[in-house]
Ligand binder design. Structure first.
Ligand code: THU
Length: 160
């Protein structure tokens, strides 16, 4: 037996104002998208904004359903929209923000495991890392230079 250590490096910004201007804009677009979340059950609104290499910005927000598993997270709504609308464009950056209707969300909210797997698919397909930025409703913003940093030991198509 030998032990394997997996390390990740992330960048932590004090708040949105510390981000470069273009990233502040992308995060503000995600905040706007968050307003259109349909989250009557969880009362937890999430918004995502994706910047593509054709300069387009694609957004998503979580869309819930009375049959809970039929709902979809903001990140997958956005990335599937990007894949459907611009199948040949590369995804450069994704900004994510979440806000509970019940409490102050002042901690960065990372994408769930299923969304990490979905984003990883596009990162592998385009052979170029996707920068991920995530925050709550306020406070710190965490940046990962690549989705791969957030999902060690991911499931890959090479095993199929
Ligand atoms: N949600 C997202 O949109 N993204 C995530 O990464 C985690 C959770 C949504 C799903 C559901 O509508 C609500 O937040 C509570 O789980």
């Amino acid at each position: 037996m030998k032990e394997v250590k997996i390390e990740t490096t992330l960048q932590v910004y004090d708040d949105i104002h510390e981000l470069p201007k273009a990233l502040q804009d992308l995060m503000r677009t995600a905040i706007e998208a968050r307003e259109n979340a349909y989250a009557p059950y969880s009362k937890f609104n999430v918004g995502a904004a994706i910047l593509l290499d054709n300069d387009s910005v694609v957004i998503g927000s979580n869309q819930e359903n009375a049959c809970f598993p039929s709902g979809l997270c903001a990140e997958r709504t956005a990335i599937y929209y990007a894949g459907a609308k611009y199948p040949n464009a590369k995804i450069l950056k994704m900004a994510i923000t979440a806000s509970s209707q019940n409490q102050v969300t002042d901690k960065p909210i990372p994408p769930c495991g299923a969304c990490r797997q979905a984003i990883a698919e596009y990162e592998i397909k385009q052979e170029q890392p996707i920068e991920i930025y995530f925050m709550g409703a306020q406070g710190k913003v965490i940046k990962s230079n690549s989705l791969a940093n957030l999902l060690p030991l991911l499931f890959e198509s090479s095993v199929l």
